[in-house]
Design a protein around this ligand. Structure first.
Ligand code: BES
Ligand code: MN
Ligand code: MN
Length: 459
């Protein structure tokens, strides 16, 4: 049986299995789901074993386990290290889902006329991880696996991969490979394949602003005491100037400015501003003066408030001048910014702009470094050729706006470059209610991965 025939006759089975994986609520941000996180790890482990992987192991960490497995067919052949994550983002707010997040269902959409799987993690990243498990099964079952493969599937990507770094450092020998292959990014559209060749880094902080030592009557004290919510809102607003540049001193110092030629290269990707606005229901885009949307998301750093709270938010009105206000703030970073220095710059700046009437505390969360991946490597060319084979079009190199913090560490600690051969769409509602993944994308991904191995193994 050929690989294509095997895929064709196992389509339903491949879908049923992914559904089973999607039913496990492996939410890493919430410790209440610890058991489910482990169940998802065991599910992947069992399927890797069933497909024929060796040395399959659930590797415990200080946090969630890492699933490892390998198939070494010949030590002289190249080795691909497949990385992905089985953990998912929280599904809240649940009321905004049309169908429950952990009961996968198939519905057609405008961009997925042949149907999409609706479930948390469908695209990010269970659906994409599972394509690799099934591509491996196909290659094993049809005797077409042409090089060595190692799997490292983690359960903490959505909370910053804190324990994966130490695991990589402690397992350098076991993780020896020629390239890391990752499907956890997007393509431009189902008729426009692309490969991300860069990801942004991340610096994430939580801030606490305290005014008076207790909640006050907003009439008795209002007007004479700093309101931490008012102050916090003003402090956040002041971090962009009227050109939407970030005002933190030194923030742009290390930003790598691209040459006109490099910018032209990035702008070769098709982009329709009107469709973009229509899709998001916005009257206009917003961002740093002097850059367009592709540049603002691909090669420029950002500062965004992700959440802000404080005071009274219950029903009706309560006249209160609150004691505290909070916010979560993320900064997306680009080469050659570094998350530790940026977090420090933020902290210094935030403290310096706080008026005397409040006290501020800045608590750094996880971070990650930006990466740029090569587009002339043997692995990139294999991915390019694989996509060209299955989509009938050469993929366009793009810059992804999201972050996969561990990719920079693979390079630094393991000396490995990555290929970001993802198959999702930005419109698949990752991290949002009604996340979904196209059936077309799922099967096309499986097929493309088998070609990647074939081309990468070829001399
Ligand atoms: N798969 C995404 C990253 C991504 C999505 C990159 C689409 C490019 C295109 C990943 O799971 C993710 O969500 N990463 C987080 C960072 C993490 C530290 C929470 C992110 O980008 O917010
Ligand atoms: Mn992901
Ligand atoms: Mn994610």
């Amino acid at each position: 049986m050929t690989a294509a025939q095997y895929l064709e006759s196992n389509k339903q089975k491949f879908l049923d299995e992914l559904f089973e994986l999607l039913r496990i609520p492996s939410i890493s941000a919430d410790t209440a789901y610890k058991g489910d996180v482990e169940a998802a790890a065991f599910y992947i482990k069992d399927k890797l074993i069933a497909a024929g992987a060796d040395k399959v192991e659930i590797c415990p960490t200080a946090g969630n386990p890492i699933v490892y497995g390998e198939k070494i067919i010949d030590p002289n052949l190249p080795t691909v290290l497949v990385y992905g994550h089985y953990d998912v983002q929280p599904a809240v707010p649940l009321e905004l889902w049309d169908t429950p997040p952990f009961e996968p269902t198939i519905r057609a959409t405008e961009v997925h006329p042949n149907g999409a799987i609706f479930a948390r993690g469908a695209c990010d990243d269970k659906g994409q991880v599972y394509m690799h498990v099934k591509a491996f099964e196909i290659m094993m079952a049809t005797g077409t696996l042409a090089c060595n493969v190692k799997f490292m599937i983690e359960g903490e990507e959505e909370v910053g991969s804190t324990n994966l770094g130490p695991f990589c450092i402690a397992n350098k020998e076991r993780l020896k490979a020629d390239v890391v292959l990752i499907s956890d990014t997007s393509i431009i559209a189902n008729d426009t394949p692309s490969i991300d060749c860069g990801l942004r880094g991340l610096s994430y902080v939580e801030v606490e602003v305290t005014g008076p030592n207790r909640d006050l009557h907003s009439g008795v004290y209002g007007g004479a005491v700093a309101n931490p919510i008012n102050i916090l809102a003003k402090m956040i607003a002041s971090m962009h100037d009227d050109k939407n540049h970030i005002t933190i001193p030194g923030f742009y110092d290390k930003v790598l400015e691209l040459s006109a030629a490099e910018r032209a290269e990035i702008n070769k990707a098709p982009f329709n501003l009107e469709e973009y606005k229509k899709d998001l229901g916005i009257g206009d885009v917003w961002g740093e003066e002097g850059f367009n949307v592709l540049e603002r998301t691909g090669i420029r750093p950002t500062l965004d408030c992700n959440g802000i709270w404080g005071g009274y938010i219950g029903e009706g009105a309560k006249t209160v001048l609150p004691s505290k206000a909070f916010a979560k703030i993320s900064m997306r970073l680009v080469p050659n910014q570094d998350s530790h220095s940026i977090t420090e710059l933020f902290q210094k700046h935030f403290e310096s702009i706080a008026p005397a009437g409040v006290k501020v505390v800045v608590k750094p969360h996880h971070g990650g470094e930006p990466v740029v991946t090569p587009i002339d490597s043997k692995a990139y060319l294999a991915a390019e050729k694989a996509m060209e084979t299955t989509y009938g079009k050469k993929p366009i190199p793009t810059r992804g706006g999201g972050s996969i913090p561990i990719v920079a560490l693979f390079e630094r600690e393991l000396g490995l470059k990555s290929v970001l051969m993802g198959f999702g769409l930005d419109s698949d509602a990752l991290h949002s209610p009604n996340e979904h993944y196209g059936l077309f994308n799922y099967y096309k991904g499986i097929e493309t991965i088998t070609y990647f191995f074939q081309y990468f193994a070829a001399k």
